[in-house]
Design a protein around this ligand. Structure first.
Ligand SMILES: [Zn+2]
Ligand SMILES: [Zn+2]
Length: 367
């Protein structure tokens, strides 16, 4: 299953996923099909074509991909993949991470099934629920309110470039158990006659607990502008569906090019910091709190590979600066203003994803 296009059984037109109805629509005869009906169809398949003119030997993978390295021997080779469009037979040139696109010539949707199989088969997907029409309306409303936006940013030609993209994400859950100990003080002042008294009580406070951190997202595509794509978090991950190729039809999709190992150290650091913070925040009612020792153990971790829907528009300004506009394809959350505070964005998305349970508290005691 290399290159596939879903064809309408009634007229042979291309089927695309329709976010509004959550069904598959033929744009020619206006037929509609359910997920189950789509899965029972046999999609049209394109074939690979080996290009003998490549500088370096062409590599043919099992699933019919052809690798065409434009040679730069210093290791920074740009690799393009060439497929044949199942509808018109033209060549479809893609990046190594492209998983769904459109044929440049006939504009029909093309899903590169082989890119999302085996170890790259997503665990789940959140299908688009905001369609192009309402995404465009909200975009126009958004820029309409902004001053100093160049007209070209929202002219018709520009809006046609508005793309629905499925981005690859690792979603990380983990359980930790933690312990902290802190020195805390309570200060009491009172007056008797002309004298003011201050009493400072010093406490040794301990907190221990099991902490569950859930739904920490990591964008797993090197080339994506992470701050902007992450900026449209959170998604309602509970509504994710079993992955099916059909959802990609009519959209762009990317497969991951970053593996779990690349995030492990960073995630352990983050989960440790969060666990400490949660325990620290449970110490309340003191004038001062000074954490002295802590111990956080990682216990169980779970990784899920998801594709998440984002509407993306980019615009190159006259000064060479690239402007972005992104919208969550599930909830409609918008990021569009620049400059972007990258740090704030990633922190926000992390905090929004946390579900926290602290049990087994040990209270403070007086020294
Ligand atoms: Zn049709
Ligand atoms: Zn074509």
């Amino acid at each position: 299953m290399a290159v596939i296009t879903y064809k309408c059984p009634n007229c042979g037109g291309e089927l695309v996923f329709d976010p509004a109805s959550q069904k598959y629509k033929c744009e020619y005869c206006v037929s509609e099909f359910t997920q189950r009906q789509l899965e029972e169809m046999t999609p049209a398949e394109g074939s690979e074509r080996v290009d003998d003119t490549a500088d370096e030997p062409a590599f043919t993978a099992e699933d019919g991909e052809k690798k065409n390295s434009s040679s730069s021997r210093n290791g920074s080779a740009q690799t393009a993949m060439v497929y044949t469009c199942p509808s018109c037979g033209a060549e479809v040139v893609t990046d190594e991470t492209t998983a769904a696109t459109f044929c440049y010539y006939c504009h029909n949707p093309v899903v590169l099934g082989g890119r999302l199989s085996g170890e790259y088969l997503p665990d789940k997907i959140i299908p688009f629920s905001i369609d192009r029409k309402s995404a465009t309306e909200q975009f126009l409303k958004f820029v309409g309110k902004k001053k100093f936006v160049p007209k070209a940013f929202f002219n018709e030609e520009q809006i046609e470039k508005f793309s629905g993209v499925y981005y690859p994400y690792w979603i990380y859950d983990c359980d930790t158990d933690g312990w902290i100990n802190a020195e805390a003080t309570k200060v009491r002042t009172w007056r008797s006659g002309d004298t003011e008294y201050t009493e400072t009580s010093i406490f040794q406070v301990e907190r221990a607990g099991d902490i569950t951190l859930k739904n920490i997202p990591k964008n797993a595509l090197k080339k994506s502008d992470k701050a902007l794509v992450n900026g449209v978090f959170p998604f309602r991950l509970g509504e994710a569906k079993q992955f099916s190729m059909g959802y990609l039809s009519g959209f762009l999709a990317e497969k991951r090019d970053m593996e779990k190992q690349e995030f492990t150290a960073q995630l352990h650091q983050e989960t440790e910091t969060y666990s400490q913070q949660i325990l620290r925040d449970s110490i309340t009612g003191y004038s001062t709190v000074n954490v002295q020792n802590s111990r956080i153990n990682q216990r169980k971790e779970t990784w899920n590979y998801l594709l998440l829907p984002v509407w993306v528009l980019t615009y190159a300004g006259r000064n060479g600066k690239v402007y972005y506009y992104t919208m969550n394809g599930q909830t409609g959350t918008i990021r569009g203003e620049l400059p972007v505070d990258y740090k704030k964005l990633s922190l926000f998305s992390l905090v929004a994803g946390l579900i926290v349970a602290v049990v087994c508290m040990i209270g403070g005691y007086l020294v």
